[in-house]
Design a protein around this ligand. Structure first.
Ligand code: ADE
Ligand code: ZN
Length: 333
């Protein structure tokens, strides 16, 4: 049995496996510029965040109907459950779909069809986090928030993703204020490729409760001190950082140093179909590459539930943390 864990940094569009992409393309009459799923997978050699995003947004052309979004989420939930995920807070990018003529309702209703029975079918509780594309104008984010109003009962929080450099959190201050006024919680990607100053802005100007990635805080000792003091969770994605060249190799990843510094770290998969593993695979990889022992893995799992938006179900949070505490790691032969 795998270690129970929550996944807090997962783009549902990033779970689109090549085989599903080709199946959806056939069903929707979309032609993909790759011969087959293997050829597509061979194209997954990225230089940086932007080179990944170009391919990623292009492949979303296959997602058109509620059925497509339901199939995407169902496939993720099944795989995640198999790797010990018991709670998932799932990002989606409405603007990447509305720009192609797919209504936000199609996206939210389709995803919800899978999410609504995830606990009963897979033992995974879920929340949805609606992300704004930071390389689009703030007005577009505001219009997206407006369009999401009929679906707010299904959405827990807002987030900020896409190309970070040159798009500081300050650009979205008013949008985040409006989201908070609607009762939404707040997270944002910051410090993945962007500087530590973007992490500060996310905290001070947007009022985020968690920082997605936050990797580059390590360049700013005062910021680290603050993140520790305020117990701001970071949703780290080590395999993503390697594939998008934020770090050279997994062995160079600062995760262990970040935990040593007292940061509230969680480990997540980001876009698992593209970066070589789901969250259980990621735990396994950091265990091997960074020599994190069983107690460190237990700490990461405990952190994932503590940092989650399970505030409306403290009983479930407590039960899941108790499962983490009682978990018996397999003894090596
Ligand atoms: N959208 C999907 N994955 C992302 C990442 N790693 N950073 C920013 N935006 C993203
Ligand atoms: Zn991300």
């Amino acid at each position: 049995m795998p270690l129970p864990k929550a996944e807090l940094h997962l783009h549902i569009e990033g779970t689109l496996e090549p085989e599903l992409a080709f199946a959806l393309a056939a069903r929707n009459g979309v032609t993909l510029p790759y011969a087959d799923a293997d050829a597509l997978r061979r194209a997954y050699l990225f230089e940086d965040l932007q080179s990944f995003l170009d391919l990623y947004y292009g492949l979303m052309a296959v997602l058109r109907t509620e059925d497509d979004f339901a199939a995407l989420a169902e496939a993720y939930l099944e795989r995640a459950a198999g790797q010990g995920v018991r709670h998932a807070e799932i990002f989606f990018d409405p603007q990447a779909h509305t720009a192609r003529g797919v209504a936000i309702g199609t996206v939210v209703e389709g995803l919800s069809r899978a999410l609504d029975h995830a606990e009963e079918r897979h033992g995974v509780s879920t929340r949805l986090i609606m992300c704004f594309l930071r390389d689009e104008p703030a007005e577009s984010a505001m219009a997206t928030l407006e369009a999401a109003k009929p679906y707010l009962h299904r959405i827990t929080a807002v987030g900020l993703d896409s190309a970070e450099a040159g798009h500081p959190p300050s650009k979205f201050r008013e949008v985040y204020e409006a989201a908070a006024a609607l009762g939404l919680r707040k997270v944002a990607h910051a410090g993945e490729e962007g500087p530590p100053a973007y992490i500060r802005e996310a905290l001070d100007l947007l009022g985020v409760e968690r920082v997605d990635h936050g990797l580059r805080c390590m360049e700013d000792a005062e910021l680290v001190e603050r993140l520790v003091r305020e117990r701001i969770p970071l949703t780290l994605c080590p395999l993503s950082n390697v594939r998008l060249r934020a770090v050279d190799t997994l062995e160079d990843h600062p995760l262990a140093r970040m935990m040593d510094a007292g940061l509230l770290c969680t480990v997540n998969s980001d876009d698992p179909a593209y970066f070589g593993g789901y969250v259980g695979d990621t735990f396994h990889a950091v265990h091997e590459a960074l020599a994190l022992d069983d107690e460190r893995l237990r700490e990461l799992a405990r952190n994932s539930f503590e940092a989650s938006f399970l505030d409306d179900d403290e009983e479930r949070r407590a039960r899941l943390i108790a499962e983490v505490e009682a978990y018996e790691f397999e003894k090596p032969e």
